[in-house]
Ligand binder design. Structure first.
Ligand SMILES: [Zn+2]
Length: 113
């Protein structure tokens, strides 16, 4: 039977960040727990205690005002669209007025002939 030899390779020293086996995590909901991390102390906005997926509540989660930003963009887009349609209508009216002006002399010419 062949003998398998294992060689234990240790990590290279001086290149790895410090690993904190018991890094405290503090959530804004008040829950604290301990985890392993290279960051010594973690503060978070949402955790399994307060996230709607785990709680089952229909709670609105807006991190960093993304929904507000989207609403502002939508509002601006609606204003731009309204302005675009207004200019289109103006141009159409102007084109119609120009057509009428062009037609009017022709009518005069027909009456002359
Ligand atoms: Zn939480």
């Amino acid at each position: 039977m062949p003998v398998i030899e294992f060689q234990i390779i240790s990590m290279q020293s001086g290149i790895h960040p410090t690993y904190h086996r018991e890094a405290p995590v503090q959530c804004v909901c008040g829950k604290t727990f301990v985890t392993g991390s290279t960051i010594p102390k973690i503060s978070t906005e949402i955790c399994s205690n307060c996230h709607p997926f785990y709680t089952g509540e229909k709670k609105f989660v807006d991190t960093g005002g993304r929904v507000d930003r989207f609403k502002k963009l939508a509002e601006r887009a609606a204003k731009a669209a309204a302005a675009h349609t207004a200019t289109k209508e103006k141009r159409a009216k102007k084109a119609e007025a120009d057509k009428k002006e062009v037609k009017a002399p022709k009518a005069e010419k027909k009456s002359e002939a």
